[in-house]
Design a protein around this ligand. Sequence first.
Ligand SMILES: Cc1cc2nc3c(=O)[nH]c(=O)nc-3n(C[C@H](O)[C@H](O)[C@H](O)COP(=O)(O)OP(=O)(O)OC[C@H]3O[C@@H](n4cnc5c(N)ncnc54)[C@H](O)[C@@H]3O)c2cc1C
Length: 618
Amino acid sequence: MQLEVEDNKVGGTNTTATIAPERQELAQFPQDNVDYYQKIKWNGWGDTRKFLHTLEPSGTIAITTPTASAVPLPSLANYIKKELTLNGQTSNLENTPSIQLDQINIAAPRPINPSFERELQSIFTPDQLKTDKFARITHVYGKSIRDLVRLRIGQINNAPDLIILPQSHDEVEKLMQSANKYNVIVIAYGGGSNIVGACEPVTTDRFVVSVDMRRMNKVLWVDRREMTACIQVGIMGPDLEKELRKSGVSLGHDPDSFEFSTLGGWLATCSSGHQSDKYGDIEDMAVSFKTVTPTGTLELRNGARAGAGINYKHIILGSEGTLGIITEAVMRVHPLPQAEEYFGFMFPSFTHAINALEQIRRSDILPTMIRIYDPDETRLSFSSKPSKGAFSEFISSAIKHVCLSIIGFEGSKKQVDFHKKSVFDILSKNGAFGLGQSPGKTWAEKRYDLPYIRDFLLNHNMWVDVAETTVSWSSLLPLWKEAKQAFNDHFRSKGIPSWICAHISHTYSNGVCLYFIFASKQNADNEMTPYTEGKRLMTDIVLKHGGAISHHHGVGYEHVPWMNRYVSNGWINVYRKIKEVVDPKNICNPRKLMPTQEEENGQKKYLFDVLNVKQPKL
Ligand SMILES: Cc1cc2nc3c(=O)[nH]c(=O)nc-3n(C[C@H](O)[C@H](O)[C@H](O)COP(=O)(O)OP(=O)(O)OC[C@H]3O[C@@H](n4cnc5c(N)ncnc54)[C@H](O)[C@@H]3O)c2cc1C
C-alpha cells in the first residue's frame, strides 16, 4: 500500500494527486467503461452474473452462480409448494416469465428546453448524458414488488427524459442551478434499491432528469485520529468498504442491500445495517455532509457534537432527495475488528428468544448483531440450504415452534470474549441451544442472497413483499401475532394461499425492528390488488400497535397515505415550509415523503392507490 499520510489524513481533499495507485484506478470509474446501472438486473434483484434460481425438470430448485452451476436446493420447492397451500392442496409452480427488454416500448423523451440543453453541454461531457432506452428504463423504478412487476410486463409510463451521471460536487451544483432556472425536475438516483417508489418520476408536466450518483465514488480522505472519512456519496457499499479497509478502517454499515446501494441513498433514507447494535444506524455515523439544493448548497460543520440549536443534519437525513442532492459526507469510521465471531442458537419458542433479547439489551453488554427468526422463517432458512443435511431436514419438516438465532461479535479478542460470556449466560438461562459457529458462518457468507428468491417467485406466479417497523418491547408480541393471523385470514378467506414470517433484526433500549416477509399468489384476474391489500393491512396493523411506518425502508410514495397518522399536522407543515424555502419550484423529487395539500384534502388520490392498480397477466 502506498498511502500518503499527513496530519493523520490519508489522501487529499478533492484531488487524486496524493491517492495510492490502486485508489486512483478505482477513482476513474467506470474502469471498464460500464456504469453500474448496466451491470444490475433491469427487471430483478442484484448482479446479472451472480445468481439465478431455476426450476429443474425434476421439480428441484437449483441455484446458479458464477463459480458453480445449478447447485440443487432440495427442500426449497417442497417448502414453497407446501407453505403456499390452501385446503391441503399443493400449489403448483406455474411459469410466468418476464417480458424481454427488446419487447418493451417507451414514449420518446419530452422535448428539452434548448437553453437548458446548451447549459448541460457546457457542464458535462456527452458520455455523462444518456437518453437511450436502456438508461431510461433502468432509472424509472426502484426494487419494490410493484416496480418489478411493472418492469416484467413492460409497463413503463413515465421514464425520466434524461439521465445525468455527475462526477463532482461542482457539477451537481451547476446542474441544480440550471434545473431550477428551467423548472426541470431532478431526482437523485443512488443504487435504486429502495422499495417505496422513492425514485420514480410521478409528474407528467415537466422535463425529468434522473441524477445517477454512482460515478461520484471516491473516498476523499481518511482521518485516523478523529476516525472520520470524507466520501463522495455515490459510492456503492462494497467499493466503500474496500477503500476504507485500505486505511485499516470500516464504516460498519451493512444493510441487506449493501451490494447494490450507495452511501447517499443510505443517508437520504435513514438506512440501518445488520451491525447497528454496535456501530449505530446511519444517522449515528453521519458527522456532516454537503447538500446541493435549488437555492444553494447547505454545509454542516464537522465535530463530535454540538448543543447549538437544532441538529440541522436531521433536516436532510431521510429527506429522500426532496430537499436536494447530498454529494459528499464525513462519516465516523472504526478500526477493523481483530476478531469476528458468528454463532447459531436455537430457542424453544419465539417468546423465549424475545425474553433473552430483552435481557441482553438490559445488560448493556451487546453483541454486534443479533437476529431472531420466528418459526416460519426458521423453517424457510433451513429449507433454502443446498445440502439435505439430516438436521436441516428434521428442522424444516418436523419442528413447529423453534426459532433460529444468529449472533455476531466483533472487536478486540478481549472484548469479544467478554461479550460472549455475558451473552451466552443469558442465552442458556432462556433455554437456547448452541449450534456452534457453522450457522453463523453460513449466515455471514450468504447474507445477501435471500432477495434473489423473489425473482424466482415472480417467475412462478407468486409475489412476495416485506413490512418492517420499530415497535416497543411491550407491543412486539401482540403485533407479531395479530399481523400474522390477520394476513393469513385475509387471503385464505378469499381462497388465495398466503405465507408470512418475521424476524427481529435491530434492538434499542425502548424497542426493536420487527421485519415481516409475506407472500401470496396472483389472483385469477392477475391484478395488483392482492399486493396492495396485503400492504395496506400490514401498515394499518403496524400503526395500530404504535409502530413506526418504517424502521429503515423510508417513505417514497408507498407510505405517504399513512404519514398524517404517523406525524402530526404541525410537523407536516414544518416540512412543507422548509421545502418551500429550499426548493420553491418543487423540482426535487416531487410527491414523495409527505402528502401534498391536495392529497390531504382528498382532491387528489394518493399515488399508492392510483399507480398500477390493475395488472395484466404476468
Ligand atoms: C433486497 C433489499 C434489501 C434491503 N435491505 C435494507 C436494509 O437492510 N437496510 C436498509 O436500510 N434498507 C434496506 N433496503 C432498502 C434500500 O436498500 C435502502 O433504502 C437504501 O438506503 C437505498 O439506497 P440506494 O442508494 O439504493 O438509494 P435509491 O434507491 O437510489 O434512492 C432512495 C432515495 O434516496 C434518494 N437519494 C439517493 N441518493 C441521494 C443523494 N445522493 N442525495 C439525496 N437523495 C438521494 C433518492 O432520490 C430516493 O428518494 C433494502 C432493499 C432491498 C431491495
